[in-house]
Design a protein around this ligand. Sequence first.
Ligand code: MLT
Length: 410
Amino acid sequence: MAHVNEHYFKLKAGYLFPEIARRVNSYCDSNPDADVIRLGIGDVTEPLPPAIVSAMHQAVDEMAQRSSFRGYGPEQGYDFLRNAIVEHDYQSRGIDIAADEIFVSDGSKCDSGNILDIFGPHNVVAITDPVYPVYVDTNVMAGRTGEADESGRFAGLVYLPIGAENGFTPDLPETPVDLIYLCYPNNPTGTVLTREHLQQWVAYAQQNDALILYDAAYEAYISEADVPHSIYELDGAREVAIEFRSFSKNAGFTGTRCAFTVVPKSLTGSREAGQRESIHALWNRRQSTKFNGVSYVIQQGAAAAYSDEGKQQIQELVAFYMTNARLLREGLEAVGIQVYGGVNAPYVWLKTPGEQSSWDFFDQLLEQSHLVGTPGSGFGASGEGYFRLSAFNSRENIEQAVKRFQSLVS
Ligand code: MLT
């Protein structure tokens, strides 16, 4: 008899974004004439930058010739991309990261789930609330939690509420934790941590022998000076943090798929008997066993993101989406809605008008304005009463969405 993983039955029936898509599709099926604008999932809408497209074309041509054809690549990524990442994302900021500490992958979502393979079942995990649901669900699947309570919080996880009352800054945990997920710029709230706050987390991890899983997928959207782009800008972080980065949101790779995870060789974890082991060696072992690397063509495209032309085009893309975020923020504020985020991140986080529940507001917005967003409670109990809008869309749709929002609320 084949036994299934019992832990899956602790999860909510569907993952948040497919569940929203299911509800929206069902609404569209019954209302085929509704012109629905989707600001739910943070999926990019603009085409790949030309410098990237041209590098991919060239790579395809190489694959078409026997002399330049390539089969399996290195599981950790090609050196040309690892070196470009180190030079442009780390050395340029004075950060000490080596090329063999970069693991190129097909996504930060996958990596943030897969990384759990190398950690023991008894680690106590801390997450912010609200939070990117992948961190929670993958720990549930791995059996690191008990059942969920009525509010959806799982026994065994340490929840760190972030909301307007604490400036969206998580307090250090009151009970000891081993693994801490931090996502900054934050998904879903669009808020950031200052250097001082992040340094407190690094110090906590140092003092408590904890490890920080730092998701910096939205780093390109940082516009303010005092916001760290990488956790390794902070003293001591090389000893306590893994960083996830992605080409999805800056270079438009949500469909193309390329990301990377930084695992410093100075990171160690403890075995049950107490001896220290290299996290880098474990992740390398895991990746070379279970992963065959990202395709050559895609890695050449990602490397072009670091060319002068590529950088310029990405900056323009980021500026485009951030203008959308500003239009959303200003448009909502103009009708008295309380908004957060949207300054260093492509997400605007708002208080639902009239204190409606997040899902009630989702229904109202869909049915009356044909707008889709993401209910804050879908990201955790502390997201109740909030709602997330993504700035990834065409300008026309954003302007239209603002008008519809304003006429719904005023
Ligand atoms: C989101 O909408 O939160 C993200 O697009 C999901 C993701 O990046 O996986």
